[in-house]
Design a protein. Sequence first.
Length: 416
Amino acid sequence: MDQLGDNHRFKQNLINFSILSVSLLISMGNAISPALPSIAKSFPSIPLSIVDMIGTIQQFAVLLALFVSVAVARKIGIKYTIMTGIFLVGISGLIPMFFNSFFLIMLSRIVLGCGIGFFNSLAIDIINVYFKGHEKERVKMCGIRTSFEPLGQCILNFACGFLVMINWHVAFGISLAAIPVFLLYWKYVPNIHEGNAKPAKSKPKVHKSHAKVSLGIYILAALLMFLVMCNTAITIEVPNIVSNLHLGNSAFSSLIISLNTLAAMFMGFEFSRMYGVLHRYTLSAGFVLIALGSLIMFFSRGSFMVILGAIVSGISFPLSGSYVYALIGKVASKTTAALAISVVLVGCNLGSFICPIGVSVLGRIGRFLDPSASMINSAFMMMFFLSFIVAIVMISITSYKYKQSSLRVHPNKMLG
């Protein structure tokens, strides 16, 4: 009997791991950033801001595929939709290993983004559907999944840093990680249809005109878009900074980016504790951290400062992002909660997508103010100023609203 129980537990754990494994691939697009300086040297006629888009252009395709994946899942099931995405990631990710055409590289990255978009949101949905009725297990799996995404980014970044020492073509071999994930899904994950996610219940029809997202959600999406852009800028520019300052090779760049990712993973685990301390100022704290991280990167002249700046900036998004997703339940109605999450997710992906352009624009503005500064340093200084201003405005508004609500609840305080 014990042996049967052990076999059942082992099989269930294997299914659980297989379901979670796809989250290791979500950061596949950004993981190639340690190879960007080497790629830039191979294409000297192409502006650096365009070369940097190799690490971010897939986010645009992710946005489009996010909405398509739900419709496809209703037709063929969540499992096979996710497997389609994994297949696209594996095939398209390997194309730059064999071709030296910049156009083909960019095209392959767009296809890779489509693959990621096919399983980005479904990686969460499959947990909600498969563990429906087992709330404790579902919540536990959702928590573990949150840590799998930065763990995958950390592993892929580190692998890319070592492979690029052979040459940048070989660095794209990290896409081979899609093969074991594909096999795990094919062998162990049961097929589930999106339509089975919710029981059929008679609910009053909501008029389409009422299914609107509030202005507050769009503001939150815009804030996270800027925050993601700044954090992505720091991780993308780390290899360039390490190269320009002669601090080390691509493996050292990968180590710094991995530390940024580990910091994000740590904050994800510690979010509830930090929220207990910061409360309504949690979102503002994220912008204070990204401002501080940008300032540290601006003054970086050695390894310690670069590492510290990367770690501080890595903490910012999990802190603010987790707070926003928790806040959506209060800001959005039940009928618009899913749409609100999609709007915020679009904002986050847009922030990553526009990062190279944003860095270029901020760098030019910064150099206009200080012509002696480098483009990267100018961008970091502008990121610091803008983040700091946003943080001060949010803290002021939050403090004012809290004071006003306190006066309404305790009007006698006005006499003190």
